[in-house]
Design a protein around this ligand. Structure first.
Ligand code: ARG
Length: 477
């Protein structure tokens, strides 16, 4: 994957002038006798990818500068100049006039260099008591914290849309499946609410992950901490962190919080891919349970009749990207010696692409759920065909005193008889049924309808309408 900016222009700070390559003076240039090779510059630069952190980098720097001034590590005057300079730089980036430079490697040094250009010597004081190692750890946490909140809201929105659709079609009966074979009648609403449960767990996992993202690492320096009398708690409060990190070595090398997030995203994508798959399946002529709106489908370049469900297919397919990103991150982190290593820079693309992919997929699936047309008669018809009431017959016989095992055998024989006759269970006469089991009475027919099958599953968590209605109420739908 190349520059993410090409893929997601909306999420990039505007690029004004072209990247300025090969500035001769590095911010860390003092020790070096030779200029960096341009190939090395190009290879190591991360600015194309990490410039999207500009807001977080600036927010972190402003908090750091305010703390430095408050602790009298720098003068109040310099502190104020730095804060004003950083705000002006943010406006430059947002107006698209900031000249990003690959020679300055990353977003941190691009901003610092510009600050020094703008306010002079005072700008050089910002990096007191700070390293890019704790700085980038802070930026990543600020970024992910913000995105986690947006993503949690999108998960909620999808839950809400599923809930609304469930309410609209509350009593619609469809076949429930196991092994993709028709199994027992269920409410379509109950089936949709299964996804709501999955998404609720995803939401809990996101919030749990947020708890560990929400830790403030600044003040760890390069790895060992800092000699300056910093007030880390103050920086944490300014930036809204409930906790600060406890070990400087851990704080600069920890990327567990990214692993956690991408793991949670991978699980979320397992769920989205299943929902997407059912949309694909249900909109086939073979199933014909739903119709996806034309505006969300695409045609074939060759076959004029085709209407393809590309959107859910792509959601299903994008799960592969997310699982890949998880593997990338695990592999980047595995076996790294403490503390910071440049390998960690490779966390950016997997994280950013996961965030963007999760957001766009949640949005479009939510819209699809809202727009899809449900075909209740087809669902009901499918639920009435294929002996989905065989369990009802067995349960009925248990009520007449048979053990479940014997009842199962009898119902199995009834199905075999029906298959040979090409008829449904409820089409057999009472006489025929009684020949297979004398325990059967006339009231059996009341047990054999799909409605009865659904209505009688009242045990907690079952598909009975009253259960579904209660759950919808709990969900506030
Ligand atoms: N661009 C770097 C990253 O993303 C920032 C930290 C660089 N630190 C260093 N010691 N070279 O990880």
């Amino acid at each position: 994957m190349g520059d993410l900016g090409d893929l997601n222009p909306d999420h990039e700070p505007k690029m004004g002038k072209d990247l300025v390559a090969g500035r001769d003076k590095k911010l860390w240039g003092g020790r070096f006798a030779e200029k960096t090779e341009s190939s090395v510059e190009a290879f190591t630069a991360s600015i194309d990818v990490d410039r999207r952190l500009y807001r977080h980098d600036i927010a972190g720097s402003i908090a750091h500068a305010r703390m430095l001034a408050r602790q009298r590590i720098i003068s109040a005057r310099d502190g104020a100049k730095i804060v004003a300079g950083l705000r002006a730089i943010q406006r430059e980036i947002e107006r698209g006039v900031f000249a990003f430079s690959r020679a300055d490697e990353d977003i941190h040094m691009n901003i610092e260099r510009r600050l020094i250009e703008k306010i002079g010597a005072a700008g050089g004081k910002l990096h007191t008591a700070r390293s890019r190692n704790d700085q980038v750890a802070l930026d990543m946490r600020l970024y992910l914290r913000e995105e986690l909140r947006l993503i949690t809201d999108l998960v909620d929105a999808l839950k809400r849309e599923l809930g609304r659709t469930a309410k609209r079609y509350l009593k619609v009966i469809m076949p429930g499946y196991t092994h993709l074979q028709r199994a027992q009648p269920v409410l379509f609403s109950h089936h949709l609410l299964a996804y709501v449960e999955m998404l609720e767990r995803d939401r809990e996992r996101l919030l749990d992950c947020l708890d560990r993202v929400n830790v403030m690492p600044l003040g760890s320096g390069a790895l060992a901490g800092t000699t300056f009398p910093v007030d880390r708690g103050y920086v944490g409060r300014l930036l809204g962190f409930p906790r600060i990190s406890r070990n400087s070595i851990d704080a600069v090398s920890d990327r567990d919080f990214l692993l956690e997030f991408v793991s949670v995203a991978a699980i979320l994508f397992v769920h989205l891919s299943r929902l997407a798959e059912e949309m694909v399946l249900w909109s086939t002529r073979e199933f014909d349970f739903i119709e996806l709106p034309d505006s969300y489908c695409t045609g074939s370049s060759m076959m004029p009749q085709k209407k393809n469900p590309d959107v859910p297919e792509l959601v299903r397919g994008k799960s592969g990207r997310i699982f890949g990103h998880l593997m990338t991150l695990l592999t980047v982190l595995k076996g790294l010696p403490l503390a910071y290593n440049r390998d960690l820079q490779e966390d950016k693309i997997p994280l950013f692409d996961t965030v963007e992919t999760v957001k766009s997929s949640l949005e479009i699936i939510r819209d699809l759920v809202r727009e899809l047309k449900v075909k209740p008669p087809n669902m009901l018809q499918a639920a009435q065909d294929g002996f989905l009431n065989a369990t009802e017959l067995a349960d009925y016989l248990v009520g007449r005193g048979l053990s479940f095992r014997s009842a199962h055998t009898v119902a199995g024989r009834v199905v075999r008889y029906c298959l040979a006759q090409g008829r449904r269970i409820e089409e057999l006469s009472l006489q025929e049924l009684r020949r297979l089991s004398p325990k059967i009475e006339r009231d059996v027919y009341g047990f054999l309808t799909a409605e009865a099958a659904v209505r009688r599953r009242r045990a907690a968590g079952g598909t009975a309408p009253e259960n579904v209605r209660r759950r919808l109420k709990e969900l506030g739908v």
